[in-house]
Each structure stands twice: as C-alpha cells, then as structure tokens.
Design a protein around this ligand. Structure first.
Ligand code: MGD
Ligand code: SF4
Length: 750
C-alpha cells in the first residue's frame, strides 16, 4: 500500500451526502441551478465589474446579478482591449463554474482508518488551516522552508506564491512555463531582448500576412486575437497556416501547408534561405538593427526549398511562393509565435527560427507585425521584503537549463522523489489552480512524486484528479465570488481591469487571498497580510494609479497614456535592444556562450513505428484544458473529445465513425476510457488528433467523468528542451485497441 492512496471524494463517508453526491449514471445527472424563470430585463440586473478567468486571456467583463442575488449572465466590457465587448463561448458559459453543483463545498481532510484504508472527512476551516500551518512549521523545522514546494497557476496561485515567499520558499513552478510557452520566452528574449507577453503583441488587425505555425487560432479561442484574425481576413490579408491538420484556421487560409509533423524547423530555415538568397529581406531593418547576417547566410546556404521538401513534404514552389508572399507584405507580417509550444524538445530553436524570420522581414516594432507593448506597473502594497531563501527553483535544476526564467514543473516533481537523489529535495507541496495529473506529462513520475512527499495541500474549486492526492483540500471561491489582483497585462494601450465579487461565495468556499492570509497569520506572518480584506489592497493600489475601487467598480477597465513612446518604431529610429550585442541577434551570442547552437539546426525526430500514429493534441473553442469539462454550460456544447483518424487509416483498421476505441502508446500506456473515432480527411494519415482536457477519472465530476479520453495518459515520452527545460510532448505514438482492455489495472480508475 502506498503512503498516499488516490482517493475519490465520492468515497467520502458522511461527506457524500453533504457534497450532494448522486451516483453517476451515463445519462443521469442533475441539471444545474438556478431554475431561471424566463427572461429578465437589464434594468432589473446589477452589473459587477470582473475579468474572466475561464482562461488566461482575462477578458474584462460584467457579471449581471438579479434582485435575488443570482448571477444571470456575463458579458464583455466594451472598453476592454482584450475582448472589445465580446466574450468567447467559455467566457459566456463561465457562470456555469459558479453554479456547478459538483463544486468543492467544504474543507476536507484525508484520514487513515484502522484497517489501513484512507478517506476524506469534512473539516472546519479552523481545523484545515491549522493543519496546513502546522505542516508548514514542521517542514520548516525539519528541512527548511525551501523544501515546501508550490505548483501554481493563475490568480489563485498568485496568493499562494505570496504566502510561500513570505514563509521563505521560492521552490515554485507552473505548467505555463515548462509545459507551455517557456521556449517562446527564451527564444524571443535571446533574439530581441524582449518577451512576447500575454496577450501576444501581434498586430494582427493591421497585418498584410499572418503566418500560423501550429497555432490554431479559432480553436484556441484567445478572444481579441480571433477577432483580429477575422478583421485581417476581411481586409484581404494573406493567411499561411502550417499544420498537419486542416484546422479551422487552415480552412480560412490562403495557403495551407500540411507539414509532416516534427519538421517545422526545416521549413522555417528554407523560408529564411529564400528571403536571404532571393534578396527579399528587409535590408534597412537588418542593416540597422541586427547582428549576424553573414553567419546566418552561410548557415542556411544549403537549406534550400528542395532540401526542405524531402523533410517536410512541402513542395519547393510552395515554400518559395509563401516566402515571397511574406516579403511582399513586409513589414506588415505576423509570424505568430504560438503559445503552447513544447512539442519536440528543440522548441526554443524553432521559436528562434520564427523570431529570426520576423527580424528578416523587418516586422518587429512595425504596424502589422509585432507592436511594442506597454503595461501599467501596479505599485506594491507596503509590506516587508520577502526573506531570502537558501535555495530556490533555480538550484533545484542543478545547473541544467541555464536559460529557464521560471521553475520547471518536472524538475520540481523529480526533486520530490528521494530515489533520484536531487541535492535539494522537496518534501511537501501546496497546489493551487492546476490539475497536475491532467496537465503534466509522464504520469508515472507524477505519481511517484505525489506518493513520496510528506504532505500535500490543494486549493481548488472543483474535485479534480489533483484533489485525490491531497491531505487537505481547501475549497476556493470561483472568480465570480472574490476580489482578486488588478489585471495589468501589457497591450497596445496600457490598461487595468478589476475583479469584484458579484456574489457571496457559495457553500463554505473562500477566496484565495483569505486562505493565504489565514495560513500566513497562523505562521506569524502578519506583516505580509496587513489588511482585513483584499479590497483594501486593491483600493490602495488603485489610488496610487489615480483612481479608486469606487470608480473602477463603475467602469471595470481603465486606460492610461503610453509612457514608453509610440507603438511602432519610426523609420530609421535609433533603438537599443536588450541583448548582449544591443542588436537583434540573428546569431545568438548568449546561446553560443552557453554551448547551444547560435542558429537553429533541423534535426530529425523519431517516426511512428509500424501501426502507430503520431499523437497530436489541441484545444476546442468551448473548453480550457481540463478545467471546463464539467461546467454544465460548456459540457452542453461539447461533452467529450474524439480521436480524428484519416479515412485511409480508418479503412486499414476497419474503424467506423463514432466507434469507441481505446488508445495505446509506444510504451504500453492505455487510456482509462474509450474515445469515439472521427473519420476525417482533415488529419494526415501518419497522425491522429485529440482535444486535450477530457477523460476525467474523478467520479465526483458527475458530467465529465469517463467522457472521452485523456491525451495526457498517452504522453509518457518527453523530449526535454536542453535550453530551458520545456517538456516536448508530441513524440508519442498511438495505436488502436478495439476491445476493452479492462483486465489491465488503470491507475486513478474507480
Ligand atoms: P487546467 O487543466 O485548466 O490547467 O493545465 P492546468 O494548469 O492544470 O486545470 C486547472 C485547475 O484549476 C483545475 O483543477 C480547476 O478546477 C482549477 N481551478 C479553476 N479555477 C480555479 C480557481 O479560481 N481557483 C482555484 N484554486 N482553482 C481553480 C494547463 C497546462 O497544461 C498548460 S498552461 C498548458 S499550455 C499545457 N497544455 C497542454 C496541452 O495542450 N496538451 C497536453 N497534453 N498537456 C498540456 N499541459 C499543459
Ligand atoms: Fe474568458 Fe474566453 Fe476571454 Fe478566455 S478568451 S478570458 S475564456 S472570454
């Protein structure tokens, strides 16, 4: 028996009734409250300023509440540049997060019974918070505060990060770096000395040519970007989409390049070759601002379209035609840097190639290319400095991944496994806002780490797979029920947005800031939590910014004049880039210094073995990762994923539309649940495609449990990016099992 069994909250004794649990039946579920009686006019509703947290685009919005205090609808804030008054389906459906009857309702504590079995029992907040604080004290005394690790994501994680820093730990990591956009940050920083940010500083609305390389805007529903893409289409922009799948974006493109997966660097280098050897690059920009053209010219000499054709399956004339189309529109070209970019382990180099292409087109700091973003700097609330930890996430890496700018999730997991003998070992976890079992590749590693640590506290809104590993579960209020940080992400025009509760927290849930403060106070960290209510912090910060909570409640979003100069570089304007050479580095001095290739090199990646197909995954417009699958409104729009299979492959395997299959990968990992087959020409014959975030194994999710399959279960092979530690996940191959492999024992399966 392991020290920590995965527990379904559904197995709670008394908790089961209190949690309102009904046995799950395939077609039987309780519909959500409230029973809305007919339409109500806007005059009878009160709007509350908020920003959407169903994904991290954070669109400014209004939550409309009726006279009975019930949230009736959420609409976009007209004055917000993240959404321009319109929300995506998830944002509109966000109200389902608040009404979801499966929500965590009360603190829960893991209890070991005399017969050795384990279950959750309900606890008071007092007891749960005391327990977390006492474990934090214990870990600090035994190993030092650094041994208490934090996995965080989004606003909830931000409050926990403040708590952990005050306590003395900076052993933190979030999936958004090593499992997502980390390679992009490292590559663009090395090239331009600047980050791309979120929202991305892509000037799509004014572009003449938008190049999407494995970026599926439209399915990835990042709001204002999708709006700008349709504007660009209406304006007649050339759209070039590189994707092995005929994505929604591909369907709206001038050119669709169905590339052989894992070969994008070859295509990018061939484009660079064409721009340089056909003299199509932007000479004025390159001469004035860049470093290393001669090196690059020599480097790509033999990387011709003919060379790339043999690798990518994209014909030389298509490569030339598309490169010329970019040059024709330059500098108004957006080479979209992508977002979830951890694919094959050489992702920083692929992102470098995209950054170099941008530079050759002179599209940095130019209208229709990448604009120069600016954010509002929110003043820090007066509090003492954090103590200096003896070691941090950087030391956990032990010198690996020199260009990582944030903690690496897999390294934090490895540091939690004593067998791996990390010099700095992690002994306990706090987890907030991330469902690690469905977000992390290499489930074995996750399980081993979760079983090894001495204590796990999880703060979440829903019973998710991660809560099954917790010793203490702290139910957080949803984004609609709490004050939270001021949003100040950089944009064209600096702006802020506030987050005001539209309703009281349902059940016995509490806001993240309150939870962090309660624990902090139990640890004697009063000076770091010197307010009674987080609204005081927000109001103080707003006053420093020349406004107030009172004003912001009425407007939701406020814009400020730019201080950093215009949105674009003027022709010939002097500009010093924040790189080692002060120039845009076509040849990266930093990469060379660290022993990495200074310019990208294409390297072949493993191919699927016979009867196996490359697993590609992505998003659906109505869901965000695994967090929305149980949302009643969004579940109603899409309740499960399907596996996309090319008709040739379907014929070969005699697979029919909607037939249920289990997927098995190259290492023998099998999905816990079957998934329906979608037979479609829209996917290449050598690959299959699934939407990420389905296949939940926690029965307490009465709608999402067992619906569709989890791609994460099939990602056992990780190609680690040596530059920044990214977890390349697309080197996994699957085959089909037509019969239920039920005899095999599945972890986390009830
Ligand atoms: P979610 O899957 O959305 O995000 O993965 P995660 O960071 O795990 O899970 C979020 C968790 O937060 C859920 O348990 C949800 O209930 C909880 N939650 C939601 N709102 C709140 C709240 O207000 N407070 C608290 N305390 N909890 C809340 C995303 C990660 O996954 C990322 S960023 C990327 S880009 C990667 N994407 C990705 C992929 O596309 N495919 C595959 N195969 N793996 C991926 N892993 C990465
Ligand atoms: Fe919400 Fe959609 Fe905006 Fe994301 S893009 S913050 S889900 S409205």
């Amino acid at each position: 028996k392991t020290r920590r069994d995965f527990i379904k909250i559904s197995a709670v004794g008394t908790g089961a009734t209190v949690l309102g649990l009904s046995a799950f039946g395939a077609k039987k579920f309780k519909w959500f409250e409230p029973k809305i009686e007919g339409p109500v006019s806007d005059e009878d509703l009160t709007p509350y300023a908020t920003y959407c947290e169903v994904c991290f685009w954070k669109c400014g919005a209004w939550a409309y509440v009726d006279k009975q205090g019930r949230i009736r609808k959420i609409v976009g804030n007209q004055n917000d540049p993240h959404c321009n008054g319109r929300l995506c389906p998830r944002g509109t459906g966000g109200v389902g997060m608040y009404y979801d009857e499966d929500r965590l309702k009360t603190p829960l504590i893991r209890e070991k019974k005399a017969d050795g079995s384990q279950e959750f029992r309900e606890a008071s907040w007092e007891e749960a918070l005391d327990l977390v604080a006492s474990k934090m004290k214990e870990v600090k005394e035994k190993y030092g505060p650094e041994a208490f690790g934090l996995f965080n994501h989004g606003n909830p994680g931000g409050h926990l990060e403040h708590l952990m820093r005050a306590y003395g730990s900076e052993s933190n990591a979030e999936p958004a770096f090593a499992n997502c956009r980390g390679p992009r940050s490292s590559a663009y920083f090395a090239t331009f000395g600047a980050y791309i940010g979120s929202p991305e500083c892509t000037d799509i609305r004014d572009t003449g040519c938008l190049v999407l390389i494995g970026s599926h805007l439209g399915e990835n529903m990042h709001n204002s970007q999708v709006q700008e893409m349709s504007q660009a289409i209406d304006n007649g922009a050339t759209i070039i989409t590189v994707d092995p799948r005929f994505s929604t974006a591909a369907a709206h493109s001038t050119h669709w390049l169905p590339i052989k997966p894992a070969t994008d660097i070859a295509l990018l280098m061939a484009w660079i070759h064409v721009l340089i050897y056909e003299n199509l690059y932007n000479k004025a920009f390159v001469d004035q601002y860049t470093f290393g053209l001669d090196h690059l010219k020599e480097h790509v000499k033999n990387m011709t379209p003919e060379w790339a054709y043999g690798i990518t399956d994209i014909k030389p004339d298509v490569i030339r035609k598309t490169a010329r189309a970019m040059a024709g529109a330059a500098p108004a070209v957006v080479i979209h840097p992508g977002r979830h970019v951890v694919w094959y382990g050489d992702d920083t180099q692929r992102e470098r190639a995209m950054a170099i292409l941008t530079a050759l087109l002179g599209a940095w700091g130019k209208r229709g290319g990448l604009y120069i973003p600016e954010g509002v700097s929110v003043p820090k609330y007066p509090q003492p400095h954090y103590p200096e930890p003896e070691w941090t996430w950087k030391d956990i890496n032990e010198g690996k991944y020199p260009l990582a700018t944030m903690g690496i999730t897999t390294e934090l997991l490895k540091a939690s496994v004593p067998r791996l003998n990390y010099k700095h070992q992690v002994k306990a976890w706090f987890v907030g806002g991330t469902n690690l079992p469905l977000a992390m590749p290499d489930k074995k590693l996750f399980k081993e780490a979760a079983e090894a640590v001495e204590f796990i506290a999880v703060m979440d809104t829903m019973p998710m797979e991660i809560t099954g590993y917790a010793d203490v579960i702290l139910p957080e209020a949803t984004y609609l029920e709490r004050y939270d940080f001021i949003r100040s992400s950089p944009n064209r025009v600096p702006n802020i947005a506030v987050h005001v509760p539209a309703a009281e927290p349902k059940y016995d849930s509490k806001p993240g800031w309150w939870i962090a403060k309660q624990i902090g106070e139990r640890l004697g960290l009063h000076d770091y939590f010197n307010y009674d209510d987080f609204s005081e912090v927000v109001d103080w910060q707003l006053k420093q910014l020349g406004t107030s909570l009172e004003e912001m409640k009425k407007i939701g979003v406020k814009e400020y004049p730019r201080k950093s100069g215009p949105l674009y570089l003027g022709d010939g304007e002097e500009f010093k880039f924040n790189t080692s050479t002060g120039k845009v580095e076509l040849y990266s001095v930093d990469f060379a210094d660290e022993g990495f290739e200074a310019m990208p090199v294409y390297k072949a990646h493993p191919e699927p073995p016979q009867n196996f197909y490359r697993l590609i995954y992505g998003r659906a417009p109505m869901h965000t990762f695994s967090r929305t699958s149980n949302n009643p409104n969004l579940w109603d729009l899409m309740s499960e994923n399907a596996v996309w299979v090319n008709p040739k492959v379907a014929d070969l395997w005699a697979l029919k539309k909607d037939q249920e299959v289990w997927l098995k990968n190259q290492d023998g990992a099998v999905t816990s649940f079957p998934v329906k087959v979608r037979v479609t020409e829209r996917i290449r014959w050598d690959s299959v495609y699934m939407v990420h975030g389905f296949g939940h194994s926690d029965k307490k999710l009465s709608r999402a449990y067992g619906r569709g399959a989890s791609d994460e279960e099939l990602i056992t092979n990780i190609a680690v990016d040596p530059i920044m530690g990214g977890t390349g996940m697309r080197g996994n191959f699957i085959t089909f099992l037509k019969d239920n492999p039920a005899t095999e024992v599945k972890e986390d399966k009830a």
